[in-house]
Design a protein around this ligand. Structure first.
Ligand SMILES: [Zn+2]
Length: 98
């Protein structure tokens, strides 16, 4: 097989890989880091693989809010609120408005 034929044959794959790489780079640049976002509003303490903090969405006596930096998600064991950076931001905005 000549190089030209090889290139033509695999061009589609190259383009797909290139497109996926571009998307991955774009996503990492635009998606917000939940830990960075949350620390603007609350202080977080490290506990094993997660971060814990006082939940801003309900009257939290302890530290019910758990953030996983690995998965970029949060969950509150007090009020049940959970999600990613977008949900956190939205809930925070609603809290500020009310
Ligand atoms: Zn809560």
């Amino acid at each position: 097989m000549s190089l030209t034929r090889f290139c033509i044959r695999y061009r589609t794959y190259f383009l797909i890989i290139l497109a996926e790489l571009t998307t991955a780079i774009y996503m990492s640049a635009t998606s917000s880091d939940l830990v960075k976002l949350a620390t603007v509003y609350i202080s977080l303490k490290e506990s094993r693989r997660t971060l814990r903090g006082r939940c801003p969405f309900h009257r939290d006596a302890g530290e019910s809010l758990m953030i996983s930096p690995e998965k970029n998600i949060f969950k509150c064991f007090g009020c049940g609120k959970e999600g990613g950076p977008a949900e956190f931001k939205l809930a925070m905005e609603q809290l500020i408005k009310s």
